[in-house]
Design a protein around this ligand. Structure first.
Ligand SMILES: [Zn+2]
Length: 328
């Protein structure tokens, strides 16, 4: 168990921001550094920025590199956790980047890489809303919908690392076109992108809404979670209706997930859940309960918003590194 007594650096690599946390063996965060991900840069430039951010965080924590057991990264897109290669990450513009190997050469420390949503779900499982459960489903709703399945405390990766893609469960045959090319996926009905598309369509059809004005006032090109929250506070009916429709489909999605996995807990993560909390999750929960196959003890399956917010990824990366160190 000696290896698990080491300090871990967890990194959340996003398309816009990069975050590193230094965590001691007692789950205490010693330091946290957040910076912008170099925009439109070559992979090597981004990887050097990750190394610098890790070093800065260690310096802020007063920790030597020698005391670090591993650096663990949650990266967006399709990631091979076994080889540490990011196969495809559209929002970084990466294909086939050996992230683990390159960062290891710079830091001279073991480097682990996982998919950001998988890693975020592990964070919520071990340290957040899913704490104390054994089987958990994570559904992260943002511009897309990502997900994870955790069975007996372990991330279930599937045979090719592709398990947990709840966002591409077809909920409405012949529904709206999804980013994956199919129609009617949960992502095309319940993501923030889907909701923005519906709001814009309603406005175009002549309905009154404050959403576009709020976006303009706040200098936002997209309907962010904070734009949504403000529109709801102002009683915007288009926003309310679009949200309610998305929540209905997300409720169906959660029910499907529960009927397949039978978890003790479903954690709804991502920006909208962070921002709106119960306002977002309660209607999803109501619909989901109606579609549970096992109606008995339905309420024993908890459906909760994530509780770690932006830290889920970096903290989850730490948890995965601990699991890895225990095995190796
Ligand atoms: Zn899809």
């Amino acid at each position: 168990m000696a290896a698990t007594r080491k300090i871990i650096v967890g990194v959340d690599l996003g398309g816009t921001s990069l975050r590193a946390v230094v965590v001691d063996p007692n789950d205490q965060t010693l330091a946290e550094v957040k910076t912008a991900t170099p925009a439109a840069a070559r992979p090597d430039v981004v990887i050097r920025a990750i190394a610098r951010t890790v070093d800065e965080a260690l310096k802020a924590a007063g920790v030597r590199r020698g005391a670090v057991g591993a650096v663990s990264i949650g990266a967006p897109g399709s990631v091979d956790a076994k080889t540490g290669v990011v196969n495809r990450a559209p929002n970084l513009g990466w294909t086939e980047v050996p992230l683990s190997k390159k960062l290891k050469a710079l830091l001279r420390l073991p480097v682990l890489v996982g998919n950001d949503v998988h890693v975020g779900a592990i964070g919520e499982y071990a340290l957040g809303a899913g704490r104390g459960t054994e089987h958990m489903v994570g559904i992260f709703i943002g511009t897309g919908i990502g997900g994870a399945i955790i069975i007996r405390g372990q991330l279930y990766q599937g045979s090719r690392g592709g398990a947990g893609e709840w966002g591409h469960t077809v909920i409405l045959a012949d529904g709206p076109l999804c980013s994956c090319g199919h129609r009617g996926c949960a992502e095309a009905l319940g993501s923030r992108t889907a909701m923005e598309r519906e709001v814009r369509a309603a406005i175009k059809a002549g309905k009154k809404s404050v959403v576009l004005k709020i976006m303009k006032d706040r200098g936002r090109e997209r309907m962010t979670s904070s734009v949504m929250a403000r529109a709801l506070r102002q009683g915007d009916q288009v926003m309310q209706q679009v949200l309610a429709r998305a929540q209905y489909y997300l409720g169906l999605l959660v029910a499907n997930a529960v009927n397949v996995v039978d978890p003790e807990c479903v954690v709804i993560g991502g920006g909208i859940a962070d921002r709106l909390g119960e306002t977002f999750v309660a209607p999803i929960r109501r619909t989901a309960y109606q579609y549970f196959l096992r109606a008995r003890d339905a309420e024993r399956v908890k459906i909760l918003p994530g509780s770690l917010g932006d830290n889920a990824g970096a903290l989850g990366a730490v948890v995965l590194a601990r699991q890895w160190l225990r095995k190796n």
